[in-house]
Ligand binder design. Structure first.
Ligand SMILES: Cc1ncc(COP(=O)(O)O)c(C=O)c1O
Length: 368
């Protein structure tokens, strides 16, 4: 069906920056710079600056950023990594695919890992914590870092949904041993295909990651430093991402302005719970605008029928998929969120009139 308000609108986004995107394309094509060339290193430099780290390494996807981090930190068979129960499956898959066990911990009202539950999940096998900064809001990294230091654990930040977010001014992806990014098209910094990156301040991790993504090879010497992968961020994608990165500060402000409009129009409506954004030192960048209601399915259907496109992340918690063979110790907040969350259109393409249509349609549902 043709939606009055789309969840995201890639052609409209392209139209906003067409000249710059086209110029980047022609620059790459005319130079023939396809693999690991100047556009990639330029983007990596700019991304590291933006995230507040010394290094950034472009890879194929957010998943690759996570799995390369797991491997770089020497995590494997017999080890355990703590990860939230409410996240995208890739966070856990990166752990399991290296032979380690994903130990799930429930989340709190901010939809991020509940730091009060982390210590009870630590065993003698635990090697790392993987906090996920979901929806554009960071996990409580002060607490995560305190716990990891106390227990001598590594920290891999799954920051795939939170580029530009910070706590106390310190950016997502700059707290842990590594920060992991996804440039999946619908992310806050989205490419035109898959892409990802690792940020780190650790030179050894940096060297490991940039070699392992290129079959383990040190380019200058031709020496193989281990069995690696082919999982580079394409030079062309890097050129486009660099164009978009320059727009990101303004785009984040726009997302925050849309969130403020939604907040103004939807607070106190029905049993709606709006995104938690009441801590001055946590900067929310609104990758997603996630609300919850006990009437989620009805609301989803009503919005669809009335031309507003929404998404649900996720109706079924990943640990309920039996093929994944994950341990379900009972995660009540995750269960409730899975039954109640729904994401409203949140993107920089949407105009104020469309935001108004979304608000009016949600209000009409609860008035009916
Ligand atoms: C929280 C989280 N972790 C990991 C990923 C994996 O990223 P990608 O799809 O680029 O592999 C995503 C994105 O889909 C994500 O949202």
């Amino acid at each position: 069906m043709a939606f009055k308000v789309k969840f995201i609108d890639p052609p409209r986004n392209y139209a906003m920056i067409k000249e710059e995107i086209d110029a980047a394309y022609f620059d790459v094509m005319n130079k023939g710079d396809l693999i690991m060339r100047g556009h990639l290193s330029q983007f990596e430099e700019n991304l590291a600056d933006f995230a507040g780290t010394k290094y950034a390494i472009g890879v194929n996807s957010g998943y690759d950023a996570l799995q390369v981090s797991i491997r770089a930190l020497g995590i494997g068979t017999g080890d355990e990594v703590i990860v939230p129960a409410h996240t995208f499956v890739a966070s856990a898959s990166a752990i399991v695919n290296h032979g380690a066990k994903a130990v799930l911990v429930d989340v709190g009202a901010d939809h991020n890992i509940d730091c009060d539950l982390i210590e009870a999940a630590i065993t003698s096998q635990t090697k790392a914590i993987m906090p996920v900064h979901l929806n554009g809001l960071m996990a409580d990294m002060q607490r995560v870092m305190e716990i990891s230091e106390k227990h001598g654990l590594k920290v891999i930040e799954d920051a795939c949904q939170s580029l530009g977010a910070n706590v106390d001014g310190k950016g997502a992806g700059s707290w842990g041993d590594t920060g992991c990014w996804s440039f999946y098209p619908f992310k806050i910094l989205g490419g035109y295909g898959d892409g990802g990156a690792i940020t780190t301040n650790d030179k050894e991790l940096y060297d490991f990651a940039r070699r392992i993504r290129f079959n383990g090879e040190e380019r200058e010497t031709g020496q193989y430093h281990g069995h690696g992968y082919t999982c580079l961020l394409d030079n062309l994608q890097a050129a486009w991402l660099d164009v978009k990165l320059a727009h990101l500060p303004g785009w984040i402000e726009r997302r925050r302005a849309i969130a403020a409009k939604y907040g103004g129009g939807l607070s106190g409506v029905g049993d709606l719970v709006l995104p938690l954004d009441n801590r001055d030192n946590f900067r929310h960048v609104y990758q997603n605008y996630v609300i919850s209601t006990s009437r989620r399915e009805e609301l989803f259907n009503y919005l669809t029928e009335n031309g507003v496109e929404t998404l649900v992340h996720w109706r079924k918690p990943y640990y309920h998929h039996t093929a994944l063979e994950l341990e379900d110790k009972g995660y009540p907040v995750t269960e409730k969120l899975s039954a109640e969350v729904i994401s409203l259109p949140m993107n920089v393409e949407i105009n104020d009139e469309e935001v108004g249509i979304v608000i009016d349609t949600v209000r009409a549902f609860f008035a009916s």
